[in-house]
Design a protein around this ligand. Structure first.
Ligand code: ATP
Ligand code: MG
Length: 233
């Protein structure tokens, strides 16, 4: 579905990505772990078209999308959320849900039904008329997550979706993610919350200093000596 080949990207003297290769199959949930500054967000920015890679290629459903504009990637079905939240802070939860979806030319009734259902899934219905800035960080992250789902993307890339969560909200995120996955969505998730990512991911990719250290079975990757050392080192 999505394939990244020999992707490299540098900023000045920093090699943020170095020959990164991986593949995402439909309905997989790929977890990406790695220490701070290891290139995780850069990888997502490069896939979604914010950064142009120095080298390598990105393939989506057998199309080479390496050089196509950001909006075209979104239109093809690649959605995302940001490590630094990008909500419309002064608009209500409900407005945040509906505004990005306007471009899709769905009927108002369909959009409203979809928004209500998604809000219900993450238990935010009671905050529908609240300004986004009045929500807790965890609630704002859940909102950004379900807002991304309004665009009907086939694959959604999430950058630290549970950062700043109250621990008792993590399960809401996990349940929602798994439900959307059951309905057919594919996910790539950058996460520092190891128990959460171990619970949801079908495959784990560990990166350090811009390189893939190991990928495969989540248990094996997580307990690998090289991966443990990269985290502690
Ligand atoms: N726009 C940029 N300009 C210059 N350097 C950058 C830029 N974006 C990222 N970097 C550098 O590239 C490296 C990788 O950064 P990146 O944000 O991808 O890491 P990360 O794995 O997402 O880290 P974190 O876990 O802290 O979010 C870092 O050394 C960072 O300082
Ligand atoms: Mg990051």
């Amino acid at each position: 579905m999505l394939r990244v080949e020999n992707l490299s990207k540098h900023f000045g003297g920093t090699q943020a990505l170095k020959d990164v290769n991986f593949e995402v199959k439909p309905k997989e949930i790929i977890g990406i772990i790695g220490p701070n500054g290891s290139g995780k967000s850069t990888l997502l920015h490069t896939i979604t078209g914010i950064h142009k890679p120095d080298k390598g290629s990105i393939w989506y459903e057998d199309k080479n999308i390496t050089s196509i504009p950001l909006e075209d990637r979104a239109r093809l079905g690649i959605g995302r959320t940001f490590q630094n939240l990008r909500l419309f802070k002064r608009l209500t939860v409900w407005e945040n849900m509906l505004i990005p979806a306007i471009q899709l030319k769905k009927s108002k009734k369909d959009m409203e039904e979809q928004a209500s259902e998604l809000l219900n899934l993450v238990n935010l219905t009671h905050l529908k008329n609240e300004q986004a800035q009045n929500l807790s960080i965890g609630q704002q992250r859940l909102l950004e997550f379900i807002r991304a789902m309004m665009l009907d993307s086939k694959i959604v890339l999430l950058d630290e979706p549970t950062a700043g969560f109250h621990p008792n909200m993590i399960q809401t995120f996990i349940d929602t993610l798994l439900e959307l996955n059951r309905r057919g969505k594919t996910f790539v998730i950058i996460e520092h919350n190891i128990p959460a990512i171990m619970e949801v991911s079908t495959k784990l990719i560990a990166i350090a200093a811009g390189e893939v250290l190991m990928s495969g079975n989540p248990e094996e990757v997580h307990s690998d000596a090289k991966v443990v050392e990269a985290y502690l080192g």
